[in-house]
Design a protein around this ligand. Structure first.
Ligand SMILES: CC(C)(COP(=O)(O)OP(=O)(O)OC[C@H]1O[C@@H](n2cnc3c(N)ncnc32)[C@H](O)[C@@H]1OP(=O)(O)O)[C@@H](O)C(=O)NCCC(=O)NCCS
Length: 168
């Protein structure tokens, strides 16, 4: 069973270790120190992002986050999304848990139980590097549609979107 619990300060050493795992470092563009500092800032209320730990049968596997496009207007303009849409990012940090089909299940469950639990949220959106096939396939298998291509940080990305009416 997949569920999510809010990230806590005591999770940060584990997050640091996950970010250093080869399969995460390959795709996570923030340097480890910055990625950890961003989560620390969110825990202290200095960043408007909700962070969660992904649990499979209570075992922590990685982290997932969501934020309102309204709080990140430059990104909203870049991807052409409305302020009521919510961004989603994740990584599965435990090496033995990737490539087993868990990603789509995590994304489907997160959309249903977290993102769309806020009644005004219209859609879940994510930008995924074109080269990260495993990631955008996982989003597609969770029901996200590839709506257009966007350039982010100088790299080609796919914009993936799940509208509320298609979330199960
Ligand atoms: C991205 C991630 C969440 C996907 O979850 P996952 O459980 O590993 O994904 P799945 O096992 O469901 O695989 C998804 C699809 O990619 C395919 N796939 C798996 N490994 C692949 C690889 N190395 N290359 C290409 N496709 C691959 C799978 O076959 C599946 O597609 P299919 O059903 O059409 O065959 C997870 O791999 C992860 O966290 N990776 C590290 C960090 C990362 O990339 N985060 C996302 C940043 S946007």
């Amino acid at each position: 069973m997949i569920r999510f619990r809010p990230l806590e300060e005591s999770d940060l050493p584990q997050v640091d270790a996950w970010l250093r795992a080869e399969h995460v470092a390959e795709w996570w563009r923030d340097p480890v120190e910055i990625a950890v500092a961003k989560r620390q800032a969110a825990l202290e209320g200095r960043r408007q992002v909700e962070h969660y730990v992904i649990l499979e049968n209570e075992r922590p596997l990685g982290i997932i986050q969501t934020y309102l496009v309204a709080d990140y207007p430059d990104w909203g303009r870049l991807i052409g999304a409305e302020p009521e849409a919510a961004g989603v990012d994740l990584f599965v940090g435990e090496p033995d848990a990737v490539g087993r089909g868990l990603g789509p299940e995590i994304l489907r469950e997160f959309a249903r139980t977290v993102v769309f639990s806020r009644p005004e949220t219209t859609a879940a959106v994510a930008t995924v590097e074109e080269a990260n096939i495993r990631s955008w396939r996982a989003f597609e298998k969770a029901g996200f549609r590839h709506v257009r291509d966007v350039e982010e940080d100088g790299l080609p990305h796919r914009l993936l979107r799940l509208d509320r009416r298609y979330a199960q």
